[in-house]
Design a protein around this ligand. Structure first.
Ligand code: HSE
Length: 314
């Protein structure tokens, strides 16, 4: 096989207190990466951009290309390739867009090279692609893009991943307020975070993370929701990016949302809901933002158990 096309889904990562550790794949958007191995050592990138936002088109600056190159290094192979990236995951709104491209590329390249590398190495490779795009190699987006469902990073360095597919039906109301943020948004959102936290806060945050993971394992939506809403470190620091964040959060919870927080590095916010409540909560959040003079758009997203998958081979 010399040509392969692979897709990988958008993700919501952090899920409140799971900063850089817990993520969830959603089915609404998938990036597609097509790779053809060539006989020379050159690397080319063609981007079909369906997002309306600029994509890094220089190969060395693109998360998908860097991720594919890292897979080749891990596999000990030298080859050129032509990559075509069909960019569908919205960029810069907190849906792990560069991570989805990196995940699809890592998965595709591994299969082209014989499929010998384990998924963890693909996560590591994709994380390095992610670093080129947003300045740090966090793995909480690339892991669910590769595995599907919920993922938890058990060891950041190895890395070691625990993957669990959702056993219950739920919806994610995802709302993106129109706010002006620096173009290096993820770096900016990370720069807002405290470098140190006190012991009391650490214990509260660890307890929330434990609740989140317990809820995911038990398939207990209320528990997951409560945990998502109880982030004592990241949300307080980043909520300054979103006007009236706490008023909107309160309105969403009052309307029946099970949990509410920022999606990824923002500026989207998300609510975990029962499927039957999702549309009402979507309207409520948009109206609340509007009341405060902030325009926003929103969708109802669904989790997907399917991570990176082959779309086509030649
Ligand atoms: N864990 C990352 C963050 C996700 O919150 O900064 C964004 O890519």
């Amino acid at each position: 096989m010399k040509i392969i096309e692979v897709s990988a889904p958008a993700t919501i990562a952090n899920l409140g207190p799971g900063f850089d550790i817990v993520g969830l794949a959603i089915e609404n958007y998938r990036d597609i990466v097509r790779i053809e191995l060539t006989d020379d050592e050159s690397v080319t990138l063609e981007v079909v951009n369906n997002t309306g936002v600029a994509v890094a088109s220089k190969p060395e600056e693109n998360s998908a290309v860097v991720s594919a190159l890292r897979v080749m290094e891990f596999a000990g192979v030298k080859s050129g390739f032509k990559m075509k990236l069909i960019k569908n995951v919205p960029i810069g709104i907190g849906l792990g867009s560069s991570g989805a491209s990196a995940a699809a590329a890592a998965y595709a390249m591994n299969i082209l090279l014989g499929g010998k590398l384990p998924m963890e190495i693909l996560v590591k490779s994709a994380g390095e692609g992610e670093k080129v795009a947003c300045g740090s190699p966090h793995l909480d987006n690339v892991a669910p893009s590769l595995y599907g469902g919920f993922t938890m990073i058990l060891d950041v360095d190895k890395p070691e991943i625990f993957n669990i597919k959702p056993s219950i039906d739920f919806s994610i109301v995802l709302i993106t307020p129109k706010v002006n943020l620096p173009s290096n948004k993820t770096e900016y959102a990370r720069s807002l975070l405290p470098k140190m936290i006190d012991l009391e806060t650490m214990v509260k945050q660890t307890s929330s993370l434990t609740r989140l993971i317990t809820g995911i394992i038990k398939g207990d939506l209320k528990m997951i929701g409560e945990a998502i809403s109880s982030d004592y470190v990241i949300e307080p620091a980043r909520s300054v990016m979103i006007p009236r964040f706490y008023e909107v959060k309160e309105a969403a919870l009052k309307a029946g949302a099970l949990g509410f927080s920022l999606s990824g590095a923002g500026p989207s916010v998300f609510a975990l809901t029962y499927p039957e409540d999702a549309e009402n909560i979507r309207r409520e959040i948009i109206e609340k933002f509007h009341e405060y003079g902030v325009e926003s758009v929103g969708i109802i997203a669904k989790p997907t158990p399917i991570g990176a998958r082959i779309e086509q081979t030649d």
